[in-house]
Structure formats: structure tokens, C-alpha cells
Design a protein around this ligand. Structure first.
Ligand code: NAD
Ligand code: ZN
Length: 387
């Protein structure tokens, strides 16, 4: 048949969607007399039937906080707050993102309790549990309302902020996921008290990351605070956590590309190798520690590449060490590391984009990495890592 001689018809229109991202820092949010949770629901219409809510709790958090189920039930036991239909415990850490059964259990609970788009899922836990539960909540009914309660430092200053929900498949980080804006992110500093020292320190790698990229003054503040942070002095650590969270939120809200449709994702500084180190180590190396190493690696590369002066590189490595974080992993010497670059390119789509530094506070995107310079950067870290 010959093609019909008709003219193609195209109908286009533009539309904007406005989102509000609420981020709250507080202490003891589950205390009966703390009004923060009530405030979140203060604007809910009163003529609607009481909404239902499923709560997911990180099993690692629950193990350290024996009364948490009762505290959650007690706090939400008010007519104007959603009705807690079930509390599920989810395995903590990367296991939550590696095991598809976690998503299925969440979807099953959402279905059984008739959680609809006016109902809620709340999640208490580390970044991994928040990612996995957020993936389930953002795909059930194409999105039910999510409230995140991050309980790790990394969760409060980075992972729980923003619009990304991802889980791992085929051994690749965040291979499956969805963009979705939470109703609120509520950070309770009391919940950080049960973290071990390594878990505490590792979160601050993301603060070093964002300061290196965007804010030299903030880097100076982290540098000054590093010893107090390592000693877990909350008065010293709190402003760093809050400022880091704010920078992440501002970037998402104001960069003009919250759903990462375009090429550059400057908040991923140090992450191409971090993600690879995590998967090469079978997730023995945590995200936060891998980011500490990845940031130092890309800072060292920036120096070898002639962009970053030696004094700035030394400050970044020294601050990372003083925070109690690693700057080198023998897996950096494995040839498999390079595959991380291709994986990262594939994840971004299009050409490779890696962020380097042209000074502390000045990130710049490049589109290729030279393998010989990369080897020299790794050698630099190996010889400068504390014994
Ligand atoms: N979605 C995003 O935008 C985004 C951004 C950054 C990182 N992430 C993801 O976040 C994950 C890392 O999150 P993380 O660093 O919070 O670690 P994590 O979620 O892996 O948790 C680490 C461990 O801490 C335990 N835990 C959680 N809260 C606790 C508490 N209060 N007391 C004691 N133990 C507790 C957990 O059970 C787990 O064993 C990675 O999967 C990373 O890819 C996501
Ligand atoms: Zn990260």
C-alpha cells in the first residue's frame, strides 16, 4: 500500500506543577506533647473521613529503640491524625534495596489496608529503608502520600531530602526508582543517639561533598567543626546537619531540574566511584564511607588534572580523616572500578558527566576521565591514607 497523503497533526501544550517540600528538624517528635506531627496535618480538610496510614520501621532502628511501635501508635492516636493500620519492620541497610520482597510486602500492606492516594505511608529509618519504602509508596496507585522520618545522619542531611526513591537491581545501585515529592520530611535528632560511631561519622561525607561543590565558607565550618563532630557534640554537629540539608533542598527546589531530565547532576560529586565501591564490596562498604572515598578520589583527580591546588586537596583529605572517615579502599586498585564510569554514564543517560573541583566550593562538569591520571589519583590517596 502506498502511504496515505495526510498531514501529521501535532497538539502541544505546556504545564507547570507546583510542589512544596517541607523539611523539619526537631527533637522528640513522638513525645505526646510535641506538636510537630499535628502541624503536618493541620491543613487537612476536616470533612474527609479519617485517612489510613501504614508505617514502616527500619529493623535496625527498632532493635535499638524497643518502645518505638507503641510510641508511634500513641502519638498518632488522635482523631485528626491518620489511623495507623499496621506497623511493618523492614530489614535495615542496603538489604532493603536489594530484596524485591521488601517492595512486595509494602505493596501488599498498602493494598490490604486500602491505602489510597489520600492515605499515608510513613517511614522511620535510614536512607536505604526510606528509598525502598518510598519506591513502593510512589508506585502504588502511582503515588500515595509519603512522610519520611530519617533516623541516620546521612538520611537527615541528604538521603531523605528530595524527590528520589530508588532500589537496586542487577547489582546496580538505584537501577529502579521513581521521582516523587514527600508530604514532609521530619528529622528527630534524638533518634540519632542510637547510631554507632561509624554510622554517625559517615553521614558527614555528604556534607563535605556539597561544601566542596557549592560553598567554600561551609567547608571552612565543617573543617572547624570536624573534631567536635567526631566526638558527637550535638551543638557543634547540629548546624552542619541543618546547613547541609538546606543546601540539598535548595538545590532540588531551585536548580530548575528537580527530576534530573538534563545532563548535569552536580550533587553526584564523588558518587561514580562510591556507587561502584558499594557494589564491588557487596555493600560491605556503606554509602557514606564510599562517598568519603569517592569525594577524595575526585578531589585528587582534580588536582592531578591541574584544576585544584595541592593545599585545597590536603584540606579535603585532612577534614575527611578528622571526621573519622576512610579516604582509601584497596578496591580502588581493582580494574573493576573503571566499569563504574560506564555504569554511571548509563545511569545518567547520554554522555558521561563527572563533576570535578576548580577550587573548594567550585564544582565543574567534565565528560571524560583519563585512566592514567585516575591511577595517579588513587596512588596519591593510598600513600596519604592514615595507617
Ligand atoms: N534517595 C536519595 O536521594 C538518596 C540520597 C543519598 C543516599 N541515598 C541512599 O541512602 C542509603 C544510605 O542510607 P544511610 O546512610 O542512612 O544508611 P542505611 O539506610 O543503609 O542504614 C545503615 C544502618 O543503620 C541502621 N539504623 C538506621 N537508623 C538507626 C538508628 N537511629 N539507630 C541505630 N541504627 C540505625 C539501619 O538498620 C542500617 O543497619 C544508600 O542506599 C544510598 O544510596 C539515597
Ligand atoms: Zn550520596
Amino acid at each position: 500500500m502506498s502511504p496515505k497523503n495526510i498531514t501529521a497533526t501535532e497538539i502541544n501544550d505546556d504545564f507547570d506543577v507546583r510542589f512544596t517540600h517541607r523539611l523539619i528538624f526537631d527533637r522528640d517528635v513522638l513525645a505526646i506533647d510535641n506538636p510537630t506531627i499535628d502541624r503536618i496535618f493541620a491543613d487537612a480538610p476536616t470533612d474527609e473521613p479519617r485517612a489510613g496510614m501504614i508505617v514502616a520501621v527500619d529493623a535496625g532502628l527498632a532493635a535499638k529503640t524497643p518502645g518505638i511501635h507503641d510510641a508511634i501508635r500513641g502519638r498518632f492516636d488522635r482523631p485528626h491524625l491518620p489511623d495507623v493500620r499496621e506497623i511493618l519492620e523492614v530489614p535495615g541497610g542496603e538489604a532493603a534495596k536489594n530484596d524485591p520482597a521488601v517492595i512486595d510486602r509494602m505493596l501488599d500492606a498498602i493494598e490490604r489496608h486500602r491505602i489510597d492516594r489520600r492515605s499515608y505511608v510513613a517511614v522511620f529509618g535510614g536512607g536505604a529503608v526510606i528509598d525502598a519504602v518510598g519506591f513502593a509508596s510512589s508506585t502504588a496507585h502511582r503515588g500515595v502520600r509519603l512522610i519520611r522520618f530519617p533516623t541516620t545522619v546521612l538520611g537527615q542531611l541528604d538521603a531523605a531530602i528530595g524527590v528520589k526513591n530508588g532500589v537496586n537491581r542487577f547489582g546496580k545501585k538505584n537501577f529502579v526508582g521513581a521521582f516523587d515529592v514527600p508530604v514532609a520530611v521530619i528529622c528527630d535528632e534524638r533518634m540519632l543517639e542510637t547510631l554507632g560511631d561509624r554510622r554517625w561519622s559517615e553521614g558527614f561525607s555528604e556534607a563535605v561533598k556539597i561544601a566542596c561543590l557549592q560553598d567554600a565558607a561551609f567547608f571552612g565550618e565543617i573543617e572547624d567543626a570536624a573534631d567536635g563532630i567526631r566526638e558527637r557534640d550535638l551543638d557543634v554537629s547540629r548546624p552542619v546537619i541543618h546547613r547541609c540539608a538546606e543546601l540539598h533542598l535548595r538545590h532540588i527546589a531551585n536548580s530548575g531540574d528537580p527530576f534530573e531530565r538534563r545532563e548535569a547532576r552536580p550533587l553526584d560529586f564523588g558518587h561514580w566511584s562510591a556507587h561502584r565501591l558499594e557494589s564491588m564490596s557487596d555493600f560491605e562498604r556503606s554509602h557514606g564511607e564510599a562517598v568519603a572515598i569517592g569525594v577524595c578520589l575526585d578531589a585528587a583527580y582534580s588536582h592531578v588534572d591541574g584544576r585544584l591546588d595541592r593545599g585545597s586537596l590536603d584540606r579535603i583529605v585532612d577534614t575527611t580523616v578528622r571526621l573519622g572517615l576512610p579516604v582509601f579502599d584497596p578496591l580502588l586498585l581493582d580494574t573493576g572500578l573503571i566499569e563504574g564510569l560506564e555504569e554511571f554514564r548509563e545511569h545518567l543517560g547520554g554522555r558521561l558527566t563527572v563533576t570535578l573541583l576548580e577550587g573548594i566550593g567550585h564544582g565543574v562538569d567534565v565528560h571524560e576521565m583519563d585512566l592514567d591520571r585516575l591511577r595517579r589519583s588513587i596512588a596519591h590517596l593510598e600513600s596519604n591514607a592514615p595507617a
